[in-house]
Write a protein that binds this ligand. Structure first.
Ligand SMILES: *Cc1c(COP(=O)(O)O)cnc(C)c1O
Length: 418
């Protein structure tokens, strides 16, 4: 069985090489924007001077340093405006993961004298989940809420989980694996009323959904540059100004003494430029991406038997389509798609290489054997309808061929025919 698979992979690679020979340049179809987005050339350009003539340390007192400082503060202002925050509420971090860890670890620690309970969900990114697990080891209680079948976390479930001990509620704005948009604003409103701090991992939502923290309900929000066409290795944590936040890194006085370490000046500048471009084109992109996504989902579900859309059919990120294909392994599909130049993912870039089925798919009640057939396609500015049509055509063919080698599938279809 495995040998047959490998032979099939080899064959497709050969077909791929033939294709490469025919067209001197094989097109790569990138459909993994939720793992990382290609950088805006304008963001790269904005960064370049800060590697060369503007190389100064932002803490220095001469002009080349002060220019760097000025660039950081301009970026902070731009980023703050993108979510309706004040510049002094934005702390730059080394990643979205760092922003999540900071929120989860520093807040309960800081409010500990009163309370020791955290509420989160079973479908958070590992940056939140594993940070919560670390907090459990440190003696905190954590409630992990189960979503609905479409991935939605019910505000009523959040309310029911609150105890007098609850200090922090962390619910993501939108899920990376299944694209479902969470009612985070409603949960934030409830939390604010109860005097509980609310954090949202908005790494997938930032730049995709309108986010507005100006009503003061959201206490903490994480985002990351590389998911919106900025550089890797830079993120931010929004911290509402009344929230007591302990430093994440101790050292120098950077980020108002709360996140020490010489600032990643080019990264921060590139992040702000990417945010500017992303938000400027957001509404137009939203329309276009929704239309492309609907076309893609419709073709997959009507042309490929035993395919199931995961996550919400309607309340999902516009650029996001995720499926489970019965009787096939997601990994096999990805390898064969790659041979055709198509980049997709099995759900989350961070869990690639793990053999256990995704924690998100388990949480929404998808059985393990179906979860193993998970494939996620996430599109972006450069995605075209032609690319998606090509992808469906290849996908159809690949799944048919792989299933034909699966004795279980033959038995299943035989039984159904009788
Ligand atoms: C990518 C991602 C992260 C991690 O961000 P990095 O900047 O890559 O560390 C956190 N949460 C979600 C939902 C993500 O999609």
């Amino acid at each position: 069985m495995e040998e047959e698979m490998r032979a099939a992979v080899g064959k497709t690679t050969q077909v791929g090489t033939e294709r490469e020979k025919m067209s001197s340049q094989k097109e790569t179809i990138y459909l993994d924007y939720s793992a990382t987005a290609p950088m805006y050339p304008e963001a790269v350009e904005a960064m370049l001077p800060f590697f060369t003539e503007q190389f100064g340390n932002a803490s220095s007192q001469y002009s080349v340093g002060m220019n760097a400082k000025k660039a950081i503060e301009t970026a902070r202002k731009q980023i703050a405006e993108s979510i309706g925050a004040r510049p002094e509420e934005i702390y730059f971090t080394g990643s979205g993961t760092e922003a999540d860890n900071w929120a989860i670890k520093a807040i309960p620690e800081n409010y500990r004298s009163k309370v020791n309970h955290i509420i989160t969900t079973k479908i958070e990114h590992h940056a939140v989940l594993h940070a919560c697990e670390a907090m459990e080891k440190a003696g905190y209680h954590v409630t992990y809420l189960t979503p609905q079948e479409d991935g939605t976390i019910l505000p009523s479930d959040v309310k029911a989980a609150v105890t007098p001990e609850t200090v922090l509620i962390s619910v993501m704005a939108a899920n990376n694996e299944i694209g479902t948009i969470e009612p985070y604003a409603e949960i934030a409103k409830f939390a604010a009323k109860e005097g509980i701090l609310f954090h949202t991992d908005a790494v997938q939502a930032y730049g995709k959904l309108p986010i507005d923290v100006s009503d003061g309900k959201i206490a903490l929000l994480s985002a990351s540059a590389h998911k919106i066409g900025g550089p890797k290795g830079v993120g931010f944590l929004y911290v509402r100004r009344d929230v007591r936040l302990t430093p994440f890194l101790h050292g120098g006085a950077q980020e108002r003494k709360r996140r020490a370490g010489t600032e990643n000046v080019p990264g921060i500048v590139g992040f702000a430029r990417a945010a500017e471009l992303t938000f400027a084109g957001r509404q137009e992109r939203e329309e276009r991406e929704r239309r492309l996504r609907e076309h893609f989902i419709k073709r997959v579900l009507t042309e490929i038997p035993y395919a199931r859309l995961t996550g919400s059919a309607t309340n999902r990120l516009n650029h996001h389509a995720s499926f489970c294909f019965q009787f096939v392994e997601g990994e096999t599909i990805l390898i064969l798609l790659d041979a055709d130049g198509v980049c997709a993912s099995s759900g989350s870039a961070c869990t690639t290489g793990q053999t256990a089925p995704s924690h998100v798919l388990s949480a929404i009640g998808i059985p393990d054997e179906l979860a193993r057939g998970a494939v996620r396609f996430t599109m972006g500015e450069n995605t075209t309808k032609e690319q998606l049509d090509f992808t469906v055509d290849r996908l159809k063919d690949i799944i048919e061929r792989v299933r034909a080698m699966t004795p279980y599938y033959a038995q299943f279809t035989d039984k159904n025919r009788r």
